[in-house]
Design a protein around this ligand. Structure first.
Ligand SMILES: [Zn+2]
Ligand SMILES: [Zn+2]
Length: 327
């Protein structure tokens, strides 16, 4: 048992979860630490680099009698800044081996190393889908809170990772990120889910210039996988750290995406528009510029899913310099 003022939530055996503050609306991200007797010490996800996050992780490590140099391995669920930001710093301070799913290394993780080369394509993609200049403006090339790892070694789907003295199976859970990794402990029915499923919000499913062509199709399959797995408990990236009812939540999220698919199909049939204009219909509430970019990426994921199914079409509008989606 941990003391009442503990910052660590016990998950299973020597595996603990820590809620680390992040300057995003979700407020915290889950970082896990596994420190079995005799080692090795594994950290899963590492938050963004802020003084608050570093202090919080240090407090978690200290509770287990550990410091940065004690970390042997860092496993990262996906490349998003709130899960990956401190990777380079953890690596530097501990010499830890950094591991991600092979699929994620080639795309998402690579993004942090290719920012300058990839950025123009990233902006063009949004412009080609109707994003107005005032929303494109101010898009940052670099994220000062992200320190890429110098070397990331690949984990493969089906491989086993040892945590808390047990074997956990590496799962590929694409959709929210192309190479989103999960870890599955079948004997105790515990899933380390990252952002593949979340209790209070729908994980953002976005199509970007560097992502696989049908992230929503990927995600609907991931939801089917999670539904079939039916874990008793899942450690989640936000609003957790531990959630139950994964199977029911997966069904709810599937219904939510099908509702949105129906909506956007009807909208495009009613009045053909570019993806940005359609995103204003799908996300009609007021959003800041970064919210509008997420809204466009999410709308595009729905539109392209329908287009690949042959239920919508798109044509290039020379005059507007953007793709128009129509039925
Ligand atoms: Zn994420
Ligand atoms: Zn996240």
């Amino acid at each position: 048992m941990t003391a009442p003022d503990s910052v660590l939530t016990p998950v299973l055996g020597s595996l603990y979860a820590l809620q680390v503050p992040i300057p995003y609306p979700m407020k915290t991200v889950t970082v896990m630490i596994d420190a079995p007797a005799g080692g090795p010490v594994t950290m899963i996800d590492c938050a963004l680099d802020t003084p608050e996050a570093q202090a919080s992780i240090e407090a978690g490590l200290a509770e287990l009698g550990l410091h940065w140099p004690d970390i042997d391995r860092l496993v990262i669920t996906h490349h998003h800044p709130d899960h990956y930001g401190l990777a380079g710093i953890v690596e530097e301070r501990s010499g830890a081996q950094v591991q991600m799913l092979d699929v994620e290394i080639g795309r998402g993780e690579r993004y942090w190393h290719m920012l300058r080369e990839w950025f123009p394509g990233h902006v063009k993609h949004m412009r080609d889908h109707g994003m107005p200049p005032q929303i494109l403006e101010g898009m940052r090339v670099e994220n000062p809170h992200v320190h890429p790892a110098s070397r990331v070694t690949p984990l493969r789907e089906g491989e086993l990772v040892r945590l808390s003295g047990q074997d956990w199976e590496v799962l590929w859970l694409p959709g929210h990120a192309d190479g989103h990794l999960g870890l599955w402990n079948a004997s105790d029915s515990v899933l380390i889910a990252g952002d593949a499923i979340l209790p209070r919000i729908s994980p953002n499913i976005g199509l970007y210039a560097y992502t696989r062509p049908d992230p929503l199709g990927d995600y609907l399959q991931t939801l089917g996988k999670l539904e079939a797995l039916n874990p008793a408990r899942a450690v989640v990236g936000h609003h957790g750290p531990v959630m139950q009812g994964v199977q029911a939540r997966a069904r709810e999220l599937r219904a939510h995406h099908h509702e949105r698919l129906d909506f956007i199909k009807a909208e495009a049939a009613k009045a053909p528009r570019d993806a940005y204009a359609l995103s204003l219909a799908m996300f009609s509430r007021e959003l800041d510029v970064s919210g509008r970019r997420f809204a466009l990426a999410e709308t595009l994921a729905h539109l392209e899913h329908l287009r690949l199914l042959g239920q919508l079409y798109r044509t290039w509008n020379e005059e507007r310099g953007a793709w128009t989606y129509h039925a």
